[in-house]
Ligand binder design. Structure first.
Ligand SMILES: Nc1ncnc2c1ncn2[C@@H]1O[C@H](COP(=O)(O)OP(=O)(O)OP(=O)(O)O)[C@@H](O)[C@H]1O
Length: 257
């Protein structure tokens, strides 16, 4: 039985294709690129059908179309291809180091765990005073490509610092901040805004930017709404539901392990 003759490499092959499809889906989810992709697939299938039915004229027209299809794909998906390459290329070296540490291959205690309690307390206080905030916590994917849009710095995270950054009269309050290993490493950062049309209209640019960065990278985002004071936790481009402070802290801790 030939089909049961599965090698380890075949399994790796299938897993890699699954990962590739997952990342492609993450990139095009909710964007017009999905419709373009469906359009291209339909043209390809109709082209194959006309070849099979030997409809010479239509088949040669569609054949020509498919012939230049590769270049058309590069042009049409230019943005998505760029983000995809960025996503692959920006996996943070520091995190690879962490992986080696967990395997006990290198010894290094330099990394500080994120002070989740302080971050959540700051968000709660900002919520009470209707102070808008956008906090992005880096995980494996490096956020250097967005950090360049803001001001780089290195400040140890604590509750008063977070609140004063987003204080309405502060010069740093606009845009997002990036937290890396318990340090604020950038402020006034401009994030990629999500094109997802399923996001409810009541959410404006701050929330869309949080969805955008968590779609393109594995970072976590916390948004405090200036209008409602509500704290939203966003991961993988989706709003994560939680019930109260403790559950939010537990979810964040679990996601940051
Ligand atoms: N691309 C972006 N990257 C980072 N921050 C952004 C971006 N776009 C908007 N913001 C921030 O969001 C603020 C505007 O928020 P807006 O009112 O549109 O969002 P919202 O989701 O409705 O939030 P809120 O509920 O707080 O009003 C801006 O002042 C800016 O600080």
């Amino acid at each position: 039985m030939d089909f049961l003759d599965l090698r380890i490499l075949d399994i790796v092959d299938i897993l890699l294709i699954a990962a590739l499809l997952y990342y492609l889906y993450k990139l095009v989810k909710g964007t017009v690129a999905v419709n373009i992709f469906i359009g291209i697939t339909i043209i390809y299938l109709v082209g194959k059908l006309t070849q099979f039915l030997q409809m010479e004229m239509l088949s040669s027209v569609l054949g020509e179309f498919i012939g230049v299809g590769m270049f058309a794909l590069i042009v049409v998906f230019q943005q998505e291809i760029r983000k995809f390459l960025l996503m692959i290329g920006s996996t943070n070296f520091a995190r690879r180091r962490k992986f080696l540490q967990t395997l006990k291959l290198i010894k290094d205690d330099l990394e500080t765990p994120n002070d989740i309690e302080s971050i959540v307390s700051a968000c709660e206080n900002m919520g009470r005073t209707n102070t808008g905030a956008l906090i992005v916590v880096q995980r494996n994917t490096s956020l250097d490509f967005v950090k360049n849009t803001g001001d780089k710095m290195k400040i140890l995270v604590n509750q008063p610092i977070l609140e004063s950054v987003f204080y309405k009269n502060s010069i740093l309050h606009d845009g997002a901040i990036i937290i890396e290993d318990n340090f604020i490493t950038a402020t006034r950062v401009v994030l990629p805004v999500s094109n997802d049309r399923t996001i409810p209209l009541r959410f404006g640019l701050r929330h869309r930017a949080a969805v955008g960065i968590t779609e393109k990278t594995d970072a976590l985002a916390l948004v405090v709404s200036e209008e409602t004071g509500q704290i939203s936790y966003i991961k993988d481009g989706e709003f994560v539901m939680y019930d109260g402070r403790d559950e939010l802290i537990n979810k964040l801790k679990a996601d940051l392990v």
